[in-house]
Design a protein around this ligand. Structure first.
Ligand SMILES: Cc1cc2nc3c(=O)[nH]c(=O)nc-3n(C[C@H](O)[C@H](O)[C@H](O)COP(=O)(O)OP(=O)(O)OC[C@H]3O[C@@H](n4cnc5c(N)ncnc54)[C@H](O)[C@@H]3O)c2cc1C
Length: 300
């Protein structure tokens, strides 16, 4: 079955690799090998590839920058589709509208917005994901979220058809969107921003980045905040109050700098990370009566 998909992907002019170490494609720098790793070079090739996978009853895993993804140490005995090459187009269309491929990074998008003095995306500067991953997750920070700036999103359905969502149909919520459960692959996103002042936008972007550097352990591999914010509380504060800062299992550690982060202090395995996540969840549940829900996507 993998050989069939590999051969078909070659005919579509996709980049195809086998047994690709996922620690090279996730910000945690852990995880085993993906059996088949495909990078489509166009929307058409993605469309055909999805139809072919569907005919074989295969559901590929869609990967952006891997900054919210943790892959099992046993690897992924399936097909990974990496949203990069064919989905990097980024253009300003005037009137505050930016059209953007799903594989564009948030940093690239924010820099384009700055170039045209467009405000609204400053919050996203420093979130290390792609536009596709950010819409999927409704990524947010410092009071802003994708929900505030996304006008429309195009996608390929699990049957390989092109479609799109806009407005309320995007169903954005806290770290979720319509895409969280619909199995579609985001291909392009349209943003609506307001005209602002370039100096003020640059200042806001720089200060948010400085805040991140001061508060987050960016010097270590991680997946950012491991847990969603429980209603009315902060996961990091609850974890710290339980005395878990510095708690270490193998190469995984609850950051001393920000207890909401688990960091890879060197040679961590995914099992180290998931064991530590469970330990933190059990401790906080016992001591605080709060069940911390994972924000990270764990893939097996
Ligand atoms: C240091 C650090 C700081 C962070 N700070 C923040 C923060 O402030 N706020 C925040 O919200 N997040 C933060 N994150 C988490 C992460 O960067 C975001 O969730 C980001 O949006 C994930 O994008 P990605 O491309 O890396 O997604 P991935 O990790 O590659 O994928 C995440 C999920 O999205 C799906 N997906 C990815 N691309 C597509 C697509 N094109 N179509 C359909 N599904 C897709 C994947 O299948 C997966 O389920 C941080 C992470 C790190 C490491």
């Amino acid at each position: 079955m993998f050989d069939k998909i590999k051969d078909f992907a070659y005919t579509l002019d996709c980049d195809v690799k086998e047994y690709v170490p996922m620690n090279e494609h996730t910000s945690f720098k852990t995880g085993g090998k993906a059996r088949l790793f495909i990078v489509p070079n166009s929307l058409e090739s993605l469309e055909e590839l999805i139809k072919f996978c569907k005919s074989l009853d295969v559901k590929p895993y869609i990967l952006g920058n891997g900054s919210n993804t943790l892959v099992s140490d046993d690897g992924l005995n399936g097909v990974v589709i990496h949203m990069s090459n064919g989905f990097k187009k980024l253009e300003y269309c005037g009137g505050g509208i930016i059209k953007c491929g799903a594989g564009v990074t948030l940093a690239q998008l924010c820099m384009l917005a700055l170039e045209y003095s467009l405000t609204g995306l400053e919050f996203a500067y420093g979130i290390p994901g792609t536009v596709g991953g950010a819409v999927f997750m409704n990524a947010g920070a410092y009071g802003g979220e994708m929900k505030d700036v996304v006008m429309m999103s195009s996608h390929i359905t699990p049957n390989g058809e092109r479609s799109s969502l806009s407005g309320d149909l995007l169903d954005f919520g806290y770290r979720k969107s319509a895409y969280t459960n619909n199995g579609c692959i985001i291909t392009n996103v349209v943003f609506k921003l307001e005209t602002g002042n370039a100096d003020a936008i640059r200042y806001k972007m720089d200060s948010m980045l400085a805040k991140r550097k001061a508060k987050q352990p960016l010097e270590y591999p991680s997946g950012g905040s491991v847990f969603k914010r429980p209603q009315g509380q902060f996961a990091g504060a609850l974890i710290e109050e339980c005395g878990l800062k510095g708690k270490t299992i193998g190469g995984a550690q609850v950051s001393e700098k920000h207890a909401g982060f688990i960091i890879n202090i060197g040679k961590a395995t995914t099992k180290d990370v998931t064991d530590l996540i469970e330990f933190v969840q059990d401790t906080v549940q016992k001591e605080k009566g709060v069940l911390l829900e994972k924000e990270l996507k764990v893939v097996e």
